[in-house]
Design a protein around this ligand. Structure first.
Ligand code: ME8
Length: 550
């Protein structure tokens, strides 16, 4: 497992601004946000980038339909993306706009370097063009779908262009060697195999376009041509961190979250371009990303991809409804744990949403927080009780010996011992799952802490014990363990449900939110047993996740 305080860089695709954002965009950004928060929790120096892709023909076409300039249309929709991400409390450190001066200047520099490198040449291209995706589809793939777009089913267009080409074919051996040496470069595994086979037959790729009526970045030295929107877009991952104080993020190795539709660009063309750029003067610092993680799709009930062009997406208003009804944490939690992160598509089902909310949030963390803080209010004067342990502070999560305490006159030592032993193994399980981006497993490990607490309460029944005053020290011991375990659960759950966890921290006197804000996350320390000081005031507060009655 990596050491604490690593440098970590995570990105999302930059989204087309031909239309408003939808659930698919929110999803990828949410997943990246959860992962970024996990790294901040570890104390890693983390940079999270998202943003928008503006120079597409479909953006200028849409603008013309509305009698606006492409820039005006892009401005309007870029703002809609910013608004939705802000509303959903995404913690990106910067927001890309490909029409920004910073981006345009850097892309121009990179292309000028590539033009000199010998890896770019002028040529003619003829092929099947998918206007919705802004990409050429290889002949064999086009044939498979009867010359219709594999994504939106619309007819492909036969197109011939005079362009600049990047010699991707020259990089095939180097790309294959990279895949071999870095087995997790593309994840999930099944997608990697697909890409490796396609790379073996890779042809050179156009990197410029003609006839875009000036919407885009001109090819340096040949203003009649515009840099192909995909090449312009891929470079965003570099342009926004190509500054003296941000280069460290690039060099740490980016983790790119994308969906399967754009894997070819990210796993073949992008690393090829970076290899070529690395050979140019002044770019020897340019390395390859650490990983391209390509998830599947949210689909509609009928199994169609949710998309802007198909018009079947959950739009910002529909997303708002979920947030208003269940809370933002609930949406985050559902998307991150029940989304199409692996190789199968997920249908967005309102019934499943409500079921997961009740089972995983209302009945588990929410209920346990209410129950334990209520009992502490009732039996322990609203303060974290003092456990009857020999040495509570000697607990730590990497040794089973730490549980070798003895209770004074307790019948429950064995039960507590068993539960705490289970709990203290969970933070490691959680971190391991995070390193593999198994977000569902991470949430299971975090929730398991709460499940253990619920079992402990059922097994020891502190509410019954409390009727006998002589048992109050035991009640206190049980409840100390419960609140301490909930504190640990809240740390682990924070990347998924930050608002609820921060509210809970406020009730148990933990200042983690402020520490996280100042970049001082301490996952190891905060999940070590025995951090909550006996005597700390414990507030009851409102239910964190009121049960949804439907
Ligand atoms: O492709 N399910 O932009 P885009 C899950 N600008 N994720 C989905 C989704 C769905 N149904 N629909 C969209 C582009 N996404 C280019 C990218 S990057 C250098 C340039 C998400 O607006 C998913 O992350 O079409 C997908 O890769 C991305 O939105 C495509 O957004």
């Amino acid at each position: 497992m990596p050491d604490q305080n690593d440098t970590f860089y995570v990105t999302t695709p930059i989204y087309y601004v031909n239309d408003k954002p939808h659930l698919g965009h929110v999803y990828t950004t949410m997943v990246a946000d959860v992962v970024a928060r996990y790294h901040r929790l570890r104390g890693d120096d983390t940079f999270f980038l998202t943003g928008v892709d503006e120079h597409a023909a479909k953006v200028s076409d849409k603008a013309a339909e509305h009698d606006l300039s492409p820039q005006q249309w892009a401005d309007r929709n870029a703002q809609a993306f910013r608004d939705v991400f802000e509303k959903l409390e995404m913690t990106h450190d910067d927001f890309v706009r490909t029409s920004s001066e910073q981006h345009k200047a850097k892309v121009t520099e990179y292309i000028a370097a590539l033009l000199k490198s010998g890896d770019v040449y002028e040529g003619e291209y003829e092929g099947w063009y998918d206007a919705g995706q802004e990409e050429y589809v290889p002949e064999n793939k086009a044939k498979e779908t009867d010359y219709n777009s594999p994504v939106n089913g619309k007819p492909l267009v036969r197109k011939k262009e005079k362009n600049y080409f990047f010699k991707l074919s020259a990089y095939v051996p180097a790309l294959l060697a990279h895949f071999e040496a870095h087995p997790t470069f593309v994840q999930p595994e099944a997608r990697k195999n697909e890409i490796v086979n396609r790379i073996k037959e890779a042809q050179d790729v156009p990197i410029s376009r003609t006839g875009t009526s000036g919407w885009g970045i001109p090819v340096p030295g040949d203003e009649a041509q515009t840099i192909y929107v995909w090449i312009d877009a891929l470079f965003n991952y570099l342009t926004y961190v190509d500054t003296p104080d941000r280069r460290k993020y690039w060099q740490a190795g980016a983790v790119h979250f994308i969906a399967k539709d754009i894997l070819w660009f990210h796993a073949a063309i992008w690393p090829g371009l970076l290899m070529a750029l690395n050979k140019c003067d002044g770019y020897d610092w340019v390395n390859l990303p650490k990983q391209v993680y390509s998830h599947s799709y949210w689909v509609s009930d009928t199994g169609e991809k949710m998309s802007k062009s198909l018009g079947n997406f959950l739009d910002p208003a529909a997303i708002d409804n979920y947030v208003n009804e269940f809370g933002l944490d609930a949406l985050r939690y559902f998307l991150a744990t029940h989304g199409p992160l692996g190789t199968t598509d997920s249908a967005f089902s309102p019934d499943l949403f409500a079921k997961v909310y009740n089972a995983d949030l209302a009945n588990t963390f929410g209920n346990s927080c209410s129950r334990v803080t209520n009992m502490i209010g009732k039996y322990c004067e609203g303060k974290a009780p003092t456990p009857m342990l020999q040495d509570a502070t000697s607990f730590n999560s990497d040794s089973s010996e730490h549980l070798g305490f003895s209770f004074v006159n307790s019948d429950y030592a064995g039960i507590i011992h068993h539960r705490l032993k289970n709990i203290t193994s969970l933070p490691n399980r959680y971190s391991e799952a995070f390193e593999h981006l198994y977000l569902f497993k991470c949430s299971v490990a975090a929730r398991q802490v709460v499940v253990e607490i619920d079992s402990l309460i059922e097994e020891t029944k502190p509410f019954t014990l409390a009727k006998d005053e002589s048992k109050l020290p035991e009640v206190g011991t049980i409840l100390y363990n419960c609140i301490e375990a909930l504190r640990i659960a809240s740390v682990l759950l924070w990347p998924f449900i930050p608002d609820a966890c921060e509210a809970f921290w406020g009730r148990i006197g933990c200042d983690y939110a402020a520490q996280l804000k100042s970049g001082a996350g301490r996952l190891d320390e905060w999940t070590r047993w025995g951090q909550l000081k006996p005597g700390t005031p414990i507030e009851k507060g409102e239910p964190l996740f009121p049960r949804y009655q439907g």
